[in-house]
Design a protein around this ligand. Structure first.
Ligand code: HEC
Length: 198
């Protein structure tokens, strides 16, 4: 009888634990996923200049910890590029559907001390300083947060600086609950640039 119970427990839990393993990346695999991002994974047509995202997009009532941090950040000249791995760029553009487990969204943050000259693009001296990453984990990992794991990785992708259900990240991203916690505000940028003759 005990064997039967053990067998039933194994059958019940094995598929769950194996799917959990499939979506959990250890630090090394996470760094490798970032290093192996390819041109074909890129969802931004070219580097996008970011004005202060908090004042424009983070509409939390009153100054939050996250907004204070960004306001205090001297790195205001920021360009981003975004990559989406383990899914097609077409499905990244379908903002009405949640991304599948295993999807990895990587945002590169480039910084330059030079002010952005309109239309000039990202300055040649801009340095890739940081990656912020969202990893779609197995169902139940982060039930109130779209099952996203957040991570911060240094600019040469050699060190994971933080990862997990990072509250300061979720503070802004939960505003986007209706679009699977993703902003994707940069997707129409190429069309805007074209219309503006940039
Ligand atoms: C102050 C608000 C704010 C905070 C805090 C924040 N984000 Fe974001 N995030 C944004 C905005 C706005 C975008 C859209 C692109 C942009 O403006 O850079 C974005 C885009 C992203 C993207 C690209 C996918 C998307 O949503 O379009 C990733 C990945 C990301 N953030 C990860 C993180 C991580 C990891 C953290 C925590 C370390 C974090 N973010 C904290 C506002 C925030």
């Amino acid at each position: 009888m005990r064997h039967v119970i053990v067998f039933i427990i194994l059958v019940l839990f094995c598929p769950i634990s194996s799917s959990a393993e499939t979506n959990k990346l250890d630090d090394l695999s996470l760094l490798n996923a970032i290093k192996s991002r390819a041109e074909g994974d890129k969802v931004t047509a070219k580097p996008v200049y970011m004005t202060n995202p908090v004042s424009l997009l983070c509409r939390a009532p009153g100054p939050t910890d996250a907004s204070k941090k960004v306001a205090a950040d001297p790195h205001v000249q920021t360009w981003i590029q975004v990559f989406a791995e383990n899914l097609s760029s077409a499905s990244f553009k379908e903002t009405d559907k949640p991304l599948p487990a295993g999807a990895i969204v990587i945002k590169e943050k480039h910084h330059s001390d030079k002010a952005a000259a309109d239309g000039a693009g990202m300055p040649a001296d801009a340095k890739l300083e940081l990656f912020t990453v969202m990893l779609k984990r197995e169902a139940g990992y982060n039930p109130d947060g779209g099952d996203w794991e957040y991570a911060v990785v240094n600019g040469d992708a050699s060190r994971v600086l933080a990862r997990g259900k990072i509250e300061s990240c979720m503070e802004c991203h939960r505003i986007k609950v209706k679009t699977d916690f993703l902003y994707r505000s940069y997707l129409g940028q190429a069309e805007v640039d074209k219309a503006m003759g940039r």
